[in-house]
Write a protein that binds this ligand. Sequence first.
Ligand SMILES: [Zn+2]
Length: 311
Amino acid sequence: MEDNKLVKFYRVDSGKAGPRVLLTAGVHGDEYEPMLAAMQLVNEVPGLLKSGSVTIVPLTNETAYVNGIRYGEDGLDLARICPGKSDGTITERVASEISALIKESDYFIDMHTGGPAFEIYPLAGYVLHPSPEILEKQQEMALAFNLPLVWGTDYRPDGRTLSVARDANIPAIYLEFGGGTGFRMQVVNAYKTGFMRLLNYLNMLNGPAGSDSFVDKYWIEDHRQDSGYLQGKMPSPVDGIFVAEVKIGDKIKAGELFGKVVESFSGKQIDMYADIDGLVFLLRAMVKVKPGDALGGILPIGSLNERVIYE
Ligand SMILES: [Zn+2]
């Protein structure tokens, strides 16, 4: 463990040549299951590794974690200000350090949840990288992780950990699963199992990584601008109370009721309808909403185990 820096990490080195894999949790300070998965992997990866090295950052943005919120104590979202500044505010310096770790890795995985505000269907995501070689590696990483949704999105947004990886031509994926109040051990388990599968795919493990069975997956690649921007989906028209009429993972058709917002003070009820057919993959978990807050998201899925592409 290295502790003269803001970003503390653990490095498991097999002592043999091989890929350098970086795994991060806690880029957002209020997404707890990835932190626990990372801490457990720190203990479980040694002994299983036959080649390469694994660097694990269980708590990337420590001041955000200490305050139990998404943002660092300077109010900045680490996932919007990468690559940061080495002489900047605390979150900017964290961004600078994590960006350096990303650039010295060969593969990068960033674990998230929906935080307190959202619940998210289990997914492995990547940017639709302009380089076909990088894109193919990212697709393979996301599929290897074995979550039921694989989602490629617009590569252009900057400020993310994944945009640092994009610019450095380092294959990278991010993970989303769960969120809302309470702790979900199934998220920890899915992330740990998925990570072992990924190491196995990279031929870095002694022995097999548990079960060989693959889950059926929906796979979407959406090249449209800001396709991966969760906070922009289905904005609330008013300030009020959100009552969902769907659950995460539901299939919904255009025109069906998604939920309603009961406007503050007036009590006026505004029904929100699905605008497309698809899978409810994002759902507001925090009941109180302000105008513009995302209420949820629908992905236009195709058939299972078949890639659908939107240009
Ligand atoms: Zn997050």
